[in-house]
Design a protein around this ligand. Structure first.
Ligand SMILES: Cc1ncc(COP(=O)(O)O)c(C=O)c1O
Length: 441
């Protein structure tokens, strides 16, 4: 099996560190995940990326899930050309944003209104402010292991930690994820283990009248991939109604990915507010907060403030419109097909090579959990059972042989409409070789 020469990346990294913090623009791209040096990419086409050394990889990261259609899709390229000819930003009302808002409403019937933003972090931050503004309450329920962006109040217990540090499930320890956050900000979140309706109800009872909203990822996408237990999200929604707080669904990762209308439609949900990000902008910074009129209209002038020079840029809206137009039902069937192929293929290879581990997948999102035979159902299982160093070594080996994926155990791999069954077969051949090498076979 050919081992890639990545000397140009190594050299570039030395130089990059002189002008960029850790040589990169986000810590997940640097040594914390990539070890000695990251691979510097120069091109993307369909399901492939190319690096500065001229190596071609099958991309299983797809910009952390932003590229549902693959790289350089013709519809997206067309929209980009249109923006080049007609203007990128007006910071004024424009007809295309109405088209995109209507396209979202068609796909997600409970959405009455949409407000565009630029990143998932901005959208969830606006959701929390809106929930606080509408209810007059400051606290909110957040689940252990859920990531909602890098805003102060959300940055507790969002990354994997040693199991012994987590405290009791009935009284989780709030572990801050960054220095520089005022202690008060970290006291707003009421932490609850996910996939457990009893504990959620306990927390809602204990904090009755204090909780502005419950915010949840519909599928945990920042602890590998963890699906909701059957009926869990509907139960959560009913508890929000019963205890009179808002239900905020963070679809930054899952929006327009897990079905035409995202996870909300896949799981039959009817949240008060929903946030979108990655899958909306096809690689451009486009995000949205959306939901029921009685909530969203709280953003009217004089109410809850949400600004943004770049909101609904002409460039972003042209691309989002083209993206939603190209995300037809066959894309979702395709994602299930290639998702199933990779899940079965990797599970078979793990057992052929006598490795303990399994794949967890929802649609085109999947992660391999080494060291764990049984399903990982929540953050605590993840911290206790998943062998993170083993995964990282494996991911680095795949990178050296032509599969580009995130070596972060906490994230997951992503398939797109551009990945063909033959690409999956090629990935499985490389996985087979890497497992053989690791077993010394
Ligand atoms: C569930 C979830 N919410 C919010 C965010 C923040 O989105 P962004 O990186 O666009 O700020 C992320 C990012 O990965 C996410 O996974």
């Amino acid at each position: 099996m050919k081992r890639y020469n990545t000397q140009a990346s190594r050299q570039l990294f030395e130089n990059a560190q002189k002008s960029l913090v850790e040589g990169v623009s986000s810590p997940s791209r640097g040594p914390a995940n990539f070890g000695e040096y990251p691979i510097f990419l120069t091109r993307g086409q369909g399901p492939y990326v190319e690096d500065v050394d001229g190596n071609r990889y099958i991309d299983l990261m797809m910009a952390y899930g932003a590229l549902l259609l693959g790289h350089s899709h013709p519809a997206i390229a067309g929209a980009l050309r249109e923006a080049a000819d007609t203007g990128t930003l007006f910071a004024a009302a424009s007809p295309i944003e109405v088209d995109v808002a209507q396209a979202i409403r068609q796909r997600v019937p409970f959405v009455d209104r949409v407000r565009f933003a630029n990143t998932g972090t901005e959208a969830t931050m606006a959701a929390l402010r809106l929930a606080r503004g509408l209810t007059g309450r400051r606290r909110f329920i957040k689940f252990e292991g859920h990531y909602h962006g890098w805003y102060d109040d959300f940055l507790v217990s969002a990354h994997p930690h040693p199991y012994s540090d987590l405290g009791l499930p009935s009284d989780p320890v709030a572990i801050p994820e960054s220095s520089g956050i005022p202690t008060e900000a970290l006291q707003h979140a009421i932490l609850v283990p996910w996939n457990d309706l009893e504990r959620l109800e306990d927390a809602l009872k204990r904090h009755r009248g204090e909780v502005a909203c419950v915010i949840t990822e519909p599928v945990m996408a920042n602890m590998g991939v963890i699906a909701p237990n059957p009926g869990y999200l509907l139960g959560l929604q009913a508890l929000c109604q019963q205890y009179d707080c808002l239900f905020v669904l963070d679809e930054t990762v899952t929006g327009f990915r897990l079905s035409m209308g995202g996870a909300a439609i896949r799981y039959g949900l009817n949240p008060d507010l929903v946030t979108y990000g990655k899958g909306l902008g096809a690689g451009l910074p486009v995000a949205a907060l959306a939901g029921k009129a009685e909530c969203m209209d709280g953003l009217r002038w004089g109410g809850v403030l949400h600004y943004g020079t770049q909101n609904a840029s002409h460039l972003g809206m042209l691309v989002a419109r083209a993206n939603l137009g190209a995300l037809t039902p066959d894309v979702y069937q395709h994602l299930e097909l290639v998702g199933d192929q990779i899940e079965r293929g990797i599970n078979d290879l793990l057992s052929q090579h006598h490795r303990v581990g399994h794949v967890q997948r929802v649609g085109g999102m999947f992660q391999i959990f080494f060291g764990a035979e049984q399903p990982i159902a929540d953050y605590r299982d993840f911290c206790r059972l998943a062998d993170r160093p083993q995964f990282q070594q494996f991911a680095w080996s795949l990178l050296r042989h032509g599969v580009y994926l995130s070596p972060s155990y906490a994230l997951h791999s992503v398939l797109s409409a551009a990945h063909q069954p033959s690409d999956i077969t090629a990935v499985l051949e490389i996985v087979d070789e890497v497992l053989k090498q690791e077993q010394g076979e």
